[in-house]
Design a binder for this molecule. Structure first.
Ligand code: AHR
Length: 510
């Protein structure tokens, strides 16, 4: 009979989950900040102008880090514009997204907001129009307790305690022609090294992320990574990876397999890091920060066109997607790929969090709702704890022109040993039929299914909208069961599944 099979063994592991794998990203882009998290005058806005309804949707995601303030935005940003008395902050032409930037939200407001969201800030410095001086001053402003020019300035701005920001990005996508201040790999490698040195001299406890390629289809990939790492290896802790996927026409088969490219991308960048390590006879290991990933129907050509015709406005509605069930499945597959590489990918940020390319959408002056993609992210962040198991998977396949034979089943599992919880994350890529799943759960005797969550819909293109926010929502009516130590489940056609197991008897089964 046609079915997929997995073997889970607690001794076969792919790595430990770093909580920062479930990070997010908020850029000064469109309505992500203004009209997204921040909207003074909104019925739910707090005294600082931040929307509480949006915070209430963010909190359950348990996002441990949020990358800020860009993105392309950061490459033209003067961080000094965004601190001090708000009424004195300059309005600027923002060139990355053709917007007017009011600077009403800056580093201090964002750091305070992130704390309320339960997240740490991952702060990017501008290596497009600025350089090592602005970068080191920002570290001093944020992280020194006081007694120096920039730290005392922060205190005069009403922030007596340092923010203690640990994670810093050395610019953004510096290989891209769309970037303000694009650089060659050598130019970037040099400035990133010099910025890294002085930033760490100001605060030796920080960790730094160097820019990798903007995506693996760049013509300079992966030579870019090699050159940049040859310059920066001893000064940085991570190198970044970015990628976005989209459905082209009705080619669901290719779209659903895109995470196989992501898998190859991770392997290549990890190998490049290790090649440089060997070449330099270094004892240090550079890890990966997948700090932009998502489904995105953006076309640069379309945006270029819009750029010419669109007027300059504050917070224009840009890159606002309406995600479908299939988009959510691709997000689920991408999360599975990130988990499978937990040994090397220590940081990842879904790009982005609110309105722009986001799992959460808002109406200015109105409500907020969850996109379809919210749910796989919620489940992975909530249940993807402990060790990632190196599942052995046997699955029927379908043929795809780009990827060859593609397994119908995409899956991984995490084991939270402390809580004795085993969670299987699985996507059925089959567009036509349910996929029976069998599991050999050796070493998990006494475990039983607590819950089998399923995200599915009759239409692969169903979406959640402000009028129908609950069109695509998960249910817990999956049929997974354990009998005689063997798992069986039906994965509905085109579905995201979370099968949660725990040791019977000695658990709080919630
Ligand atoms: O996330 C949107 C944009 O995508 C970011 O600003 C940029 O880094 C990437 O090209």
């Amino acid at each position: 009979m046609r079915h997929a099979r997995i073997v889970a063994d607690r001794d076969f592991r792919a790595g430990d989950v770093d909580r920062r794998l479930f990070g997010a990203f908020l850029e000064h882009l469109g309505r992500a900040i203004y009209g997204g998290i921040y909207e003074p005058g909104h019925p739910t806005a707090d005294e600082q102008g931040f929307r509480q309804d949006v915070l209430e949707l963010i909190r359950p995601l348990n996002v441990p880090i949020i990358r800020y303030p860009g993105g392309n935005f950061v490459s033209g940003y003067n961080w000094e514009d965004g601190v001090g008395p708000v009424t004195q902050r300059p309005r600027r032409l923002e060139l990355a997204w053709k917007s007017i930037e009011t600077n009403a939200v800056g580093t201090n407001e964002f750091a305070a907001w992130a704390k309320r969201a339960g997240a740490e800030v991952m702060l990017a410095v501008n290596l497009g129009t600025r350089g090592i001086d602005a970068a080191r001053n920002l570290v001093e402003y944020c992280n020194r307790p006081g007694g120096t020019y920039w730290s005392d300035l922060r205190i005069t701005h009403g922030v007596p305690e340092p923010h203690g920001i640990k994670l810093w990005c050395l610019g953004n996508e510096m290989d891209g022609p769309w970037q303000i201040g694009q650089k060659t790999a050598d130019e970037y490698g040099r400035i990133a090294t010099e910025a890294a040195k002085v930033m760490k001299w100001v605060d030796p406890t920080i960790e730094l992320v160097a820019c990798g390629s903007s995506h693996p289809r760049m013509s300079t990939y992966p030579q870019w990574e090699l050159t940049v790492l040859e310059h920066t290896y001893e000064h940085v802790d991570y190198i970044s990876l970015h990628t976005y996927y989209r459905l082209n026409g009705d080619d669901l088969g290719t779209f659903l397999a895109q995470n196989l490219e992501m898998d190859e991308y991770i392997r290549t960048v990890a190998a490049t890091c290790d090649f440089v390590r060997a070449k330099k006879r270094s004892r240090k290991r550079v890890h990966l920060s997948f700090d932009e990933w998502n489904v995105w129907y953006h076309s640069r050509e379309r945006d270029q066109e819009l750029y010419r015709t669109r007027p300059w406005t504050v917070a224009p509605p840009l890159t606002e997607e309406q995600y479908t069930l299939v988009d959510a499945l691709v997000v689920g597959c991408m999360l599975i790929t990130l988990l499978k590489h937990a040994d090397r990918v220590k940081i990842a940020c879904i790009a982005q969090l609110v309105n722009a390319i986001a799992p959460i959408s808002t109406v200015t002056g109105g409500g907020a709702w969850r996109q379809t993609t919210y749910y796989p992210f919620l489940h992975a962040s909530r249940y993807g704890r402990g060790a990632v198991l190196d599942l052995q998977i046997a699955s029927p396949v379908y043929d795809n022109a780009q990827f060859g034979p593609v397994p119908l089943l995409e899956a991984t599992a995490t084991l939270d040993e402390e809580a004795e919880r085993l969670t299987i994350f699985a996507v059925n890529r089959d567009q036509f039929a349910a996929l029976p799943l069998e599991g050999d759960l050796r070493c998990f005797s006494g475990f039983d299914v607590i819950e089998h969550i399923v995200l599915e819909h009759d239409s692969p293109h169903a979406t959640n909208t402000s009028e129908h926010p609950d069109e695509v929502v998960p249910h817990a009516r999956g049929d997974a069961a354990v009998r005689d130590g063997r798992l069986s489940a039906t994965l509905p056609r085109l579905s995201w599944n979370v099968i949660r197991l725990a040791r019977k008897g000695d658990q709080d089964w919630s």
